[in-house]
Design a protein around this ligand. Structure first.
Ligand code: NAD
Length: 359
């Protein structure tokens, strides 16, 4: 299919429920949806002081603070929202944290997903549900090929295992409780490490870079040789939205979708650091960590093949790694000089959508 963009008409006025709306991807998603005229309803909890979400001033946005492990609260919020589309993003998303607290990671990522889908069973308006998992759901056999949707699931660390389990939960519940004539369609969406301004999470490369360089320090990198697919957050988010459009039109059945960067866009951590400091300018610099930190398992190579989303949804990664890194570096740099997060998000969304080839 030729390259498409999100369908503005579909989203204008649409009621959309987003779990984990206060998180990094959630904040960008509600911003993108609001920009297109959707009525967003956020459900989640997040006690972190420094959050992009707290800087947003969104039109048509309602929110409830609540835990996805509280089934009654999810049900009540979903009923109140009258949403037709649900994006499930709330999760414990950090691999290193999953080693410290495997129980809470599995509780939220696996049983939390069960609860969200259980609440959705009783919903009167829903048509489409997209469950956000990760590129880490694949059994990583160290092979250098990119994973396709049908490849075996696995997970050597608790986070990856919890996301693979969330996949199995979503597909099993879809088959067991939402078969036609139930009007709700469910799909899972797998994307890689995303970057973009306003992520302040620990143990992620670009937030670490922004914090260090913003404070006049060099960025210190673990594993500069390890490779990851890097993509701007707006790329997978637009993919999730195009998938929801497709589900709402009942074009696709229960299924899994990859939304990764272009294959040749897989860069090493060192290359990303090089580009980030160059885009920041001034005397920004980076170095390799020299201390002997305890070795924890971190998958070395991860790449996903998104040809299915390209073929069937017309979704393509739009911002190449270099551009995504440069935009992210300028976002953080401008934020450090006092420009508001909401304004910077809006700037990126406007240029992302204006570059859209609409044919
Ligand atoms: N950021 C990435 O690079 C990346 C890569 C692959 C997949 N993902 C997935 O995307 C989703 C969003 O990730 P993110 O990067 O925005 O992380 P995030 O931590 O910023 O966002 C997740 C949000 O969910 C909230 N949350 C956690 N537990 C909750 C609970 N029990 N009840 C209600 N809310 C709860 C968190 O407080 C946070 O606000 C996650 O499902 C994550 O696994 C992220």
């Amino acid at each position: 299919m030729s390259m498409r963009q999100v369908d503005r008409q579909f989203w204008n006025g649409k009621r959309v429920f987003v779990t984990g709306h206060m998180g990094f991807k959630g904040a960008w998603l509600v911003s993108l949806l609001s920009h297109l005229g959707a009525k967003t309803f956020g459900f989640g909890k997040d006690e972190r002081e420094k959050l992009l979400y707290r800087e947003l001033r969104l039109a048509g946005h309602t929110r409830r603070v609540g835990d996805i492990n509280d089934l009654g609260a999810v049900k009540a919020a979903l009923a109140e929202s009258g949403a037709e589309v649900l994006f499930h993003l709330a999760a414990q998303p950090i691999v290193l944290t999953s080693y410290d607290d495997p129980l809470a990671t599995f509780e939220t990522n696996v049983l939390g997903t069960v609860r969200v889908l259980e609440a959705a069973r009783k919903s009167a308006n829903l048509k489409a549900i997209v469950v956000i998992t990760s590129d880490k759901v694949y059994q990583n056999d160290g092979a250098s090929r990119a994973f396709r949707e049908g490849d075996p699931l696995g997970g050597a660390d608790p986070y990856s295992a919890s996301k693979a389990a969330a996949e199995i939960v979503a597909h099993s519940m879809a088959r067991s409780f939402f078969p036609p004539p139930n009007p709700i369609r469910i799909a899972t969406a797998r994307a890689g490490n995303v970057i973009g301004g306003g992520d302040w999470a620990d143990f992620r490369l670009l937030p670490d870079a922004a914090r260090a360089i913003g404070a006049g320090q060099p960025l210190v990198c673990r594993n500069p040789a390890s490779t990851r697919p890097w993509q701007h957050v707006l790329d997978p988010l637009s993919g999730y939205m195009m998938l929801a459009e497709d589900l709402a039109h009942r074009k696709t059945d229960i299924d899994a979708w990859n939304f990764g960067p272009a294959q040749e866009d897989v860069l090493t951590v060192g290359e990303v650091a090089d580009r980030f400091v160059a885009a920041w300018g001034g005397d920004a610099k980076w170095m390799t960590e020299s201390s002997q930190a305890p070795v924890r398992h971190e998958a070395k190579l991860l790449a996903i093949d998104s040809s299915r989303a390209q073929r069937e949804l017309g979704w393509y990664p739009r911002w190449r790694s270099r551009e995504a890194i440069e935009r992210t570096a300028s976002w953080y740099r401008d934020h450090y000089t006092g420009v508001g997060g909401g304004e910077l998000v809006e700037r990126d969304i406007a240029s992302y959508l204006s570059e859209a080839p609409n044919h």
